[in-house]
Ligand binder design. Structure first.
Ligand SMILES: C[S@@+](CC[C@H](N)C(=O)[O-])C[C@H]1O[C@@H](n2cnc3c(N)ncnc32)[C@H](O)[C@@H]1O
Length: 298
């Protein structure tokens, strides 16, 4: 059964359309098709363009197919990890990454992304893979858990939380999101008002399960390669660790003005990351942490 979105609003939508610099007959790659929100707006903006929509989540791909069925001859759906972009695309005029999770991931307790809803410790974007958050919580040593919580979640009490998990799993199998959240909540001494105790640990687990940082680095390298000259690359990320990877990758390939420098080179279209307006944040609280970066292939 397809899990349909309840209220999904695409983030930085008009800014995305503006910065992709869409021209007639362009081929655009949406690396994170999700529920098809950005792609629909892209297709509506110019009737001669085509979109290749990639997502590793089969459920979201089905939702997007249904939503975009009126555009069948202008959109191609690809189920794969976006790190494989170079295998499925042969030249693109613009590429979009809108990273992270969708409302379907959070709304559906069964996917195990939300600590507010009881569900299995899963967190896989691609459900055909075997490795889940349950495997991590069951098998990683206290040191491995601590390092991961600190590196991927910037969790200040990573040692305390890791040790509490190792102690708790001696007594019972930790199988659910709410079970894990309650262990974290009890273990942590310092809690930030308005922020659930499990936020950082859940973020770290999601990154580890899906190898998000390794995959993002590889995908950006490939995306720069796939872009046609003058093509734009737009990346929307949702936390500072992710944004740092994007920034560092763009700096690595930034053209410094010399002719011999121009193989696989890009220039920055905006220097600082673009953030949503107050108005957008009010309409869609999920957009609060969004940061957009834009480069152009020279
Ligand atoms: C924030 S949502 C995109 C929402 C979309 N822009 C829209 O307007 O509906 C991110 C999507 O990227 C997908 N995704 C995350 N990492 C991925 C990866 N490595 N490869 C392919 N898809 C990925 C997720 O499954 C999710 O559907």
């Amino acid at each position: 059964m397809i899990n349909k979105p309840k209220n999904h609003i695409s983030v930085l939508l008009s800014e995305t359309l503006e910065y992709l610099k869409i021209r007639p007959n362009a081929v655009i790659v949406d690396c994170t098709l999700g529920l098809g929100g950005h792609t629909k707006a892209i297709l509506d903006s110019e009737e001669t363009i085509k979109v290749i929509g990639i997502d590793q989540d089969l459920n979201n791909l089905e939702v997007a197919k249904e939503r975009l069925k009126g555009y069948q001859d202008r959109v191609e759906f690809v189920h794969c990890n976006f790190e494989k972009i170079a295998e499925v695309v042969d030249g693109a005029d613009a590429i979009l990454f809108d990273l992270g999770i969708c409302s379907t991931h959070i709304d559906e307790a069964e996917r195990g992304f939300s600590f507010q809803k009881e569900g299995p410790l899963d967190m896989r974007f691609d459900q055909s893979k075997d490795f889940t958050a349950y495997d991590i919580i069951k098998k990683y040593s206290a040191e491995e858990l601590q390092e991961m919580f600190s590196k991927y979640g910037e969790e200040t009490e990573s040692k305390t939380v890791a040790e509490a998990i190792v102690e708790a799993r001696k007594k019972e199998d930790i199988k659910t999101t709410t079970q894990l959240n309650s262990i974290i909540d009890t273990a942590k001494k310092f809690k930030r008002p308005g922020r659930s105790a499990g936020t950082n640990v859940f973020q770290a687990l999601r990154i580890e399960v899906n190898e998000e940082f390794r995959v993002l680095e590889r995908a950006l390298e490939e995306a720069i390669d796939v872009l046609n000259p003058g093509g734009r690359l737009v990346v929307i990320s949702y936390h500072s660790l992710e944004d740092r990877i994007v920034k560092q990758m763009f700096k690595k390939y930034e053209a410094k003005g010399k002719k011999e420098d121009e193989w696989k080179k890009i220039k920055f279209i905006i220097k600082k990351p673009l953030k949503p307006s107050e108005d957008e944040i009010e309409r869609n609280s999920r957009s609060r942490s969004a940061m957009m970066r834009v480069v152009e292939r020279v």
